[in-house]
Write a protein that binds this ligand. Structure first.
Ligand code: ACO
Length: 329
């Protein structure tokens, strides 16, 4: 049995922050940001938490499928910016949308969160454990961004995507294969130092700005270029796919140069790569579902299309998913 995406929607906050916003108070420029990252603007939510971006996306996702919140069996939220350490954001979302019959949990895998959760959700559906999963990938990166640090402030944005995972009517369509990895040696290069049990919040951790993202950009860049490109090529080879067979690469949107290196390794032309980093920056667990949702809305994904989804993020975490588009219509 195969599991498939049967509905999808996304939410982006209305407030847009172009690169010129940072030029006003940081030693940076639109030229540098565009050339080094491919980002022109991003969106930050002014009021509200991660769940407040998920709820409109989740409601729209269910509406498109003609389901009520009570029809949902399980909610998984992939995020590194949960509303609270506990309860889980899945509980918050369940309560806000009234999905009273659902159980669920949060999944923490940073920029690979959506892919790890997609594989988890598919397994739950394929095994018959649940009938469906409302899978949400969302992050309010502005809640952990050091806006005084030019090396990170310009990279991220806020946003959410929601997909519904159900059993595929036809086993030829849906989530076909995956390759997922973690490697804890990457921890020192990208993390949030304080706020967990390792270093609970204190006056000192606040003064030292240890609740913000810590990133050694160059180290992460080097690992990401190799990791994302390798795993994307590996899943193609494992499934006997040529570049001509792949309709779309759906890459995590962290840096246009990482995306380009991945596409190049796969032998894909630029017109087969979903790119919206210019508009939204890196929304962490949100990037891949937001891409899928936008491209579907534009009518650019068709039944039978072969998609390779790939990501690299904190942990390190990385992986690729091969899916054949088919929505049970
Ligand atoms: N504006 C102007 N100059 C800047 C800026 C900026 N916004 N940011 C950094 N610089 C400067 C640096 O200070 C440095 O100056 P120096 O030479 O005087 O020291 C110079 O630019 C070059 O810095 P690098 O770090 O070498 O720049 P690089 O080309 O590597 O780009 C970047 C930095 C964009 C962060 C890149 O390294 C990157 O994309 N890294 C990977 C990010 C990533 O994939 N993260 C994983 C996902 S996040 C997650 O999982 C939560």
């Amino acid at each position: 049995m195969t599991a498939t995406i049967t509905s999808i929607a996304h939410y982006l906050p209305p407030d847009v922050y172009p690169n010129s916003y940072f030029e006003k108070y940081l030693d940076t420029s639109d030229e540098w940001i565009m050339a080094r990252t491919g980002i022109a603007e991003r969106r930050f939510i002014k009021d509200g938490a991660t769940s407040d971006m998920i709820v409109p996306a989740a409601r729209q996702c269910l509406e498109k499928r003609g389901l009520e919140p009570k029809d949902i069996d399980c909610i998984i939220v992939a995020t590194v910016t949960p509303d609270h350490m506990f309860p889980s954001t899945a509980c918050v979302v369940q309560n806000k949308i009234g999905a009273m019959n659902a159980w669920g949990f949060d999944l923490s895998a940073a920029c690979s969160g959506f892919l790890f959760a997609l594989v988890t959700a598919s397994s739950l559906v394929e095994s018959g454990t649940v009938k469906n999963v409302l899978l949400c990938g969302a992050d309010k990166m502005s809640s952990i961004l050091n806006f005084d640090d030019r090396a990170q402030a310009v990279l991220f944005g806020d946003g959410a995507g929601a997909v519904l995972i159900e059993k595929s009517k036809d086993k030829e369509y849906g989530i076909i294969d995956h390759i997922l990895h973690i490697d804890g040696v990457g921890g020192p290069f990208l993390h949030q130092t304080a706020g967990g049990s390792y270093k609970p919040a204190s006056i000192e951790t606040v003064n030292n700005k240890e609740h913000y993202i810590y990133q050694d950009g160059q180290a992460v860049f080097k690992a990401a270029v190799v990791g994302m490109a390798d795993v994307s090529l590996e899943i193609m080879q494992k499934n006997n796919l040529n570049a001509e067979d792949v309709a779309w690469l759906v890459p995590h949107q962290a840096n246009l140069r990482i995306i380009a290196a991945t596409a190049n390794r796969m032998g894909l032309d630029k017109d087969k790569v979903m790119i919206n980093i210019d508009k939204y920056g890196n929304t962490t667990a949100g990037t891949i579902p937001i891409c899928l949702s936008e491209w579907l809305d534009m009518g650019k994904i068709h039944k039978g299309d072969r998609l390779v989804l790939s990501s690299f993020g904190a942990g390190y975490t990385w992986g690729a998913v091969y899916l054949r588009w088919g929505m049970n219509k």
